[in-house]
Design a protein around this ligand. Sequence first.
Ligand SMILES: Nc1ncnc2c1ncn2[C@@H]1O[C@H](COP(=O)(O)OP(=O)(O)OP(=O)(O)O)[C@@H](O)[C@H]1O
Ligand SMILES: [Mg+2]
Length: 594
Amino acid sequence: MSASSADGWIPEIVVGIDFGMTCTGVAYSMGPDWPEPKPLQHWPGKMISELANKVPTLLQYDETTGIVRAWGFLCDEEGEDTDIIGYFKLHLDPSYSDPRPDAPKLEQARKWFTDYLRCIHDHIEDTFSNSFPRWRSLRTEFVFSVPTTWKNPSMIAETEKLIKTAGFGSDGPDHRVNIGLTEAEAAAVYASKHQFEKDDVILVCDAGGGTTDVNILKLESSRGEATRLKQLSWVEGCSIGSALIDMSFQHKVSDRLERIKSHLRGHPHSIADRMVHEVPGMDPGYSFPQASIEDSKMVFTREDIKELFDIQIKRMLAVVDEQYDRTHKNHPGAQIAYLVLSGGLGSSPYVRQCLKEHYDTGPGSLRPNAQDTKIVTVAEPQLAVVLGLVMDRVQTLKSGNVVFKERCCRLSYGVLCMEEYDPNNPAHIGQKVTADPRDGKNYVEEQIDWFVKQGQNVSTDGVLKPYTMKIEPGKENGVWQTHVVMSQAPREQLPSSLSQDGANRLCDIESVLKDRGVDMKLKNRHWYNRKKSYLRAKFDVKVILGAADLKFQLQTKDNTVISKDHDPIHVRWELSKDSSTDAGHGLAHMYKGK
Ligand SMILES: Nc1ncnc2c1ncn2[C@@H]1O[C@H](COP(=O)(O)OP(=O)(O)OP(=O)(O)O)[C@@H](O)[C@H]1O
Ligand SMILES: [Mg+2]
């Protein structure tokens, strides 16, 4: 993103928000000096003298009215009348599957997310309107990080709506909301401010409550210069975190209680929820070795706890190893100089110790690019994301230099189009072929022109995609459609048509070309042309790949961006299940090529 947005708007204050699975952080910086970002440290429910860098991601509802009764530190863990809602971040991702029968549904998680963000919003509003008298009239940019595990850009569009519903961007005429970096990228920006040297390759591993994100980067700037980072691989996130350790601890406890449930007053699961060591409702003096209970207290050995940590750590090592291997494959000479840990779980000395052993003397040490790896933990592990998020934005505002000039694409994106039929092309065998009377050629429909492939480095300014369209004369006023598809498949396995597995329709771009300076020529217009005449339009679509979202811009061949005022492009994200039936049908057809 450039310093200013398309309309020249530049914020006076940037407020970053990192919505976490267990806790949420807010930090800000203000122009014209843009000092190091400061985290909010005063939260409702804490004494004025008590500082906390983050606030718990918890909500409590009034059961009769359904109104939010408390949030964050105000939630009353002791009160038994209403449940405390937490750990719902993973459920915001429609592709996350929770095997529990009572797992919250997507709609439910979205409601909690919006309600929680409203509390955060109101608190920010309260704090800033007390500190800055002109707060409402300040040009304010709220920038949100995106969980690295969220891969589908349509989810980002959806989340942006929820953020706005929660009140962000509507307190003043000049308040705006922006989706910034993925958590992995933001943690990397913060980590890179440490004392690394130009050309150092670093692997950043942000292990939080619910997710662990990894990112491999090369520092391209020297000390004292604006930070420039090159992604050597695409960011990866997976559900590994300390909250999952807490959850498996609870499962372990209920599993033990299940074995002695005839001796309990209550359900093993709900007792496990409230239990510390003493088993609630059990008179003193009872021992049940089959449930590791001695004198009515459940005993946990170091081994028991270690086992729970080790499950997560083993998965974490697998993800990090995969990044090492991928980097070695694509950048054979690169040595990973530092493995930088951030996040709450990343700050655990035990986790650090395990990683150290793995890469110093364990199986990880056999990797050719792990020979010099040193393991370091960032200064403020839990604030890495929110501080990095604001630092990234501030650097662009201050110096005009973006941290990530390019992004390593983690998904492949393509466009549905017609392709000239080639009987020798194996991909065309069995495909639907139609003859075009306008040029007398045969075409196969619903072919995918992959314009960005996984692992490709793409400028954050966007990529241009040239198009040709054939439009029936008289229908040039119509809306044309481009069907965008995406795939998570490895780039060698990308399907060539929508009829094969591996690609999903992502969105439809709708636009009108007429009177916008688009090169439009009438073909077959002479009396001697026997074929049907048509308008051939040539233009470019610019696709801007954000951290996790996509934006489209329509350009004429001479690079003029077609007026933003009457937005020529409309993106439909929510495609109905059966919308694939209208694939390829607009008033015009898209053709591959220039
Ligand atoms: N030393 C430690 N060892 C293990 N866990 C820790 C340690 N310190 C903090 N944590 C855990 O870290 C978690 C919070 O970390 P963090 O703030 O990075 O997560 P988050 O941002 O809420 O989660 P996510 O980024 O996955 O959404 C808490 O669950 C806390 O128990
Ligand atoms: Mg986090």
